[in-house]
Design a protein around this ligand. Structure first.
Ligand SMILES: [Ca+2]
Ligand SMILES: [Ca+2]
Ligand SMILES: [Ca+2]
Ligand SMILES: [Ca+2]
Ligand SMILES: [Zn+2]
Length: 393
């Protein structure tokens, strides 16, 4: 009997030991898979540290500056990349922004990666990256330029140098760092945050006149994800962008969001066309050739006339500053974690950003566009009256 008991104890001990070993190894392999499979996005502190490091190493072409503080006291970082970055030169300006919505991680990742690409490639000699004996034969443009079955495998160092030397590139990777850290769409101002991409001042008063056409209670309820704030530019983040833009010459701008794999351009509050529809389509189609995203043109806009979204950065940048402004909706999910998927869109949008920089010199819009909408002129008079009453100039 005792012998039997001992055997059972022994068996139990062996079993426990084995199961322990198995569960430990299962844990390890799970962890390894997690590490291998999950892309790790930048956090605000890691981005800050990285940008400060880059600035120290590449001060010949990079200037890092805080353009304002958030509600929670974080700096809103602006990276300028150009030759002679401390001087304001007479070169075309490009503005790239990410993370108006804090939980749209790809939107800042793509810009941090672009900054990395510019600084690295500017200082790198022309290199045969794929070792085929030809140098820079397949730039990042979504096309297999040398017909070898590989796409964009030998990007051009010289192209980066030409762009950096002839353009002023302004990048705000995280417009809304509080939202990034809290992983929320809105900023973190009380009581529940403001949707920064509804807080810009362009025809703000149309909502007061026709709330149901422009989002109804979703826009006025402070607890809604689309809450636009109490008044235009009520938020530190949007004011920081506004003040920066007003002090600098900018020709073209991309504001990154996720998701949808689509390219949008003004107007965002009506399907009526702007006077620069052809230019928007020309640039938009070329972007689409690089990243394969769908360009929403005026005709198939999912926006009623009038109706849609007020307070977006694009409407303000284009409508008041005369900047050709696009919205880029990255990815098929808000924050993909497959490293291959992430790398693919980081790479293709290096190509998109380079293209936009090259195109910038040909884009000159003289002042804000004039409204051509006939029915808009009546709205315009109403808006002005409304503004006078509410003193919102
Ligand atoms: Ca190369
Ligand atoms: Ca090559
Ligand atoms: Ca190729
Ligand atoms: Ca190519
Ligand atoms: Zn967004």
């Amino acid at each position: 009997m005792k012998n039997m008991f001992d055997k059972i104890i022994l068996l139990l001990a062996v079993f426990m030991l084995l199961s322990n070993v198995f569960s430990v190894s299962a844990d390890i392999s799970k962890k390894e898979i997690k590490m291998l499979d999950k892309y790790e996005y930048y956090t605000y502190p890691r981005m800050k540290e990285y940008l400060i490091d880059l600035q120290a190493n590449y001060s010949d072409i990079m200037y890092l500056e805080s353009i304002g503080k958030t509600y929670q006291g974080r700096d809103i970082w602006l990276v300028k990349i150009s030759d002679n970055p401390l001087n304001n030169e007479k070169e075309p300006g490009v503005l790239l922004m990410g993370a108006h919505h804090g939980n749209e991680k790809p939107s800042f990742e793509v810009l941090i990666y672009f900054i990395k690409h510019l600084t690295e490639f500017y200082n790198k000699p022309n290199t045969d990256d794929d070792n085929d004996g030809k140098i820079n034969e397949d730039i990042i443009d979504g096309i297999d330029n040398d017909n070898d079955g590989l796409v964009d495998e030998d990007p051009s160092e010289e192209r980066v140098r030409n762009i950096v030397d002839s353009t002023q590139i302004f990048i705000i990777p995280m417009v809304n760092p509080d939202g990034v850290e809290a992983d929320t769409r809105k900023n973190c101002a009380p009581p529940d945050g403001v949707n920064l991409n509804r807080n810009y001042d362009y025809k703000w008063e149309l909502y007061d006149l026709y709330p149901s056409l422009y989002g109804g209670k979703w826009v006025s309820d402070p607890y809604s994800g689309n809450y636009r704030g109490e008044y235009p530019f009520s938020e530190n983040e949007t004011r920081a962008v506004r003040d920066f833009v007003e002090q600098n010459k900018i020709n073209i701008s991309l504001s990154y969001h996720s998701y949808g794999e689509v390219i949008l351009y003004p107007w965002m509050h009506t399907s009526a066309k702007t006077p620069h529809e052809d230019l928007f389509i020309s640039v938009g189609e070329n972007i689409s050739k690089i990243d394969g995203y769908y360009l929403y043109t005026g005709k198939d806009y999912p926006i009623p006339v009038p109706g849609g979204t007020l307070g977006t950065s694009e409407n303000w940048l284009y409508g008041t500053q005369g900047i050709l402004a696009f919205t880029m909706e990255l990815c098929r999910r808000r924050a993909p974690t497959d490293p291959n998927v992430v790398h693919k869109y980081l790479w293709s949008h290096v190509g998109v950003n380079l293209y936009v920089c090259e195109r910038a010199p040909t884009i000159q819009i003289d002042g804000p566009p004039r409204s051509r909408i006939v029915q808009g002129s009546f709205l315009h008079v109403l808006s002005l009256l409304h503004r006078m009453v509410h003193q919102r100039f």
